[in-house]
Design a binder for this molecule. Structure first.
Ligand code: GLA
Length: 387
């Protein structure tokens, strides 16, 4: 959908023309999964799929949202004095949480506004449609009212919405990738210090294919919080002897020597993933920079195996897609991306093989799972911005 179509939807719904338009992307993570809340590294990038908004200021305190993706929810309304979570407000709780915490951070939102949103990120696919709406609201409020909110603050406010308003104990990766994304670059982020660097994604004659299991991430939030709890338990036990603040500070050898401190075998496996995946992420960046695409791809495969066997967040749908992908010619690597438990995987596939890759993996998946997967060619794009 183009902005001019969104403009005319705005005109129809609100009977006036919008003033400004905004975009925030979704994200994929190349490697470094379930490491962000463990003080480790991640390597995500923003994609060109995302969420668009057009908006216009009002003279009073009323805020009115309409989503083209959820027409049955109609126009969702509240005032700037009523920024509490409200189950009936459905998807609009994400922008509402942003408005609340932006105000609480001391930025004055002078008036309400009207806003139409439309997203082309498959909903519930683990490509961070929620963080996309959060950062979209952030740039929208800043742009509409001329507020100078440092980008890192918007990112942290987005995470705060997720953690405190919505109740998912997620890390900072999604909001960071969406807030800081840059065309054709991955972002290596140290989630402990928030130091980051951009790395060009040069995959020679390969494309990144997004594979959607079409299994919604149901239960994902409670399982996610459970994994997080297991990692905290492991950290506490390791801290009996080691002066560390996060699992991401450990080398593989340090973990191996001290893992006996973790009494529960399952918790030990979770921690092993967090430590090994962090080191793998750093290694992957080095290999990519050196142009060693094959090794880069193998590390991506190892990441999936670790998420499958040690962290146990894949499930039959993601495993079937990824394992079918591994068997195809011209595939450098494939793994799940995001939180897991359904959602999407990615594969790095030679240009000439893309068509047969999609046909073969699609057929193998449908055969095994009983319904279709969807495939998209990913382009790496910019972070959230005013258009
Ligand atoms: C979700 C969370 C992120 C991160 C990933 C797993 O996307 O929102 O913070 O923890 O899962 O790597």
């Amino acid at each position: 959908m183009t902005i001019s179509t969104l403009d005319s939807i705005f005109q129809t719904i609100f009977n006036k023309a919008p003033e400004k338009s905004f975009f925030a992307p979704g994200r994929i993570n190349l490697i470094g999964e379930h490491t962000d809340y463990n003080g480790g590294h991640v390597f995500p990038c923003a994609i060109t799929y995302g969420t668009y908004a057009v908006a216009k200021r009002r003279d009073d305190q009323l805020v009115r949202f309409y989503s083209v993706n959820f027409p049955d929810k109609g126009v969702i309304e509240f005032t700037l004095e009523q920024l509490e979570y409200n189950k009936d407000h459905n998807w609009a709780n994400y922008p509402k949480g942003m408005l609340r915490y932006i105000s609480e951070a001391g930025y004055q939102i002078p008036t309400g506004f009207e806003c139409v949103i439309e997203g082309n990120i498959p909903n519930g696919a683990g490509l961070s449609s929620s963080a996309s709406i959060e950062l979209l609201t952030g740039v929208l409020v800043a742009g509409l009212f001329g507020l100078e909110i440092p980008r890192l603050d918007l990112i942290k406010i987005g995470k705060q919405v997720e953690n405190q308003f919505i109740g998912v104990n997620s890390g900072i990766m999604d909001q960071f990738a969406i807030g800081m994304g840059k065309k054709d670059a991955g972002i290596l982020l140290d989630c402990q210090t928030l130091k980051y660097e951009y790395a060009p994604i040069q995959l020679e004659n390969h494309k990144i294919i997004i594979m959607n299991t079409n299994k919604r991430r149901e239960l994902a939030d409670s399982k996610y919080n459970e994994r997080r709890g297991e990692c905290e338990e492991a950290l506490k036990q390791l801290q009996q002897k080691l002066p560390i603040e996060a699992l991401g500070q450990l080398s593989e050898a340090e973990f191996d020597e001290n893992q006996f401190l973790i009494t529960n075998e399952i918790v030990r496996k979770r921690a092993k993933h967090a430590v090994y995946e962090n080191i793998r992420t750093l290694r992957a960046l080095e290999e990519l920079k050196a142009g060693n695409l094959e090794t880069f791809g193998q590390l991506i495969n190892q990441s999936h195996i670790s998420l499958r066997d040690d962290y146990e967040v894949t499930g039959i749908e993601l495993d079937s897609l990824v394992e079918a992908a591994w068997k195809q010619p011209g595939v450098l690597g494939a793994r799940m991306t995001g939180a897991g438990f359904g959602g999407c995987a990615i594969a790095i596939v030679e240009n000439e093989q893309v068509e047969s890759f999609i046909a073969n993996v699609g057929a193998a998946y449908a055969d095994k799972i009983g319904y279709d997967a969807d495939f998209y060619v990913a382009s790496i794009g910019d972070g959230a911005k005013e258009l």
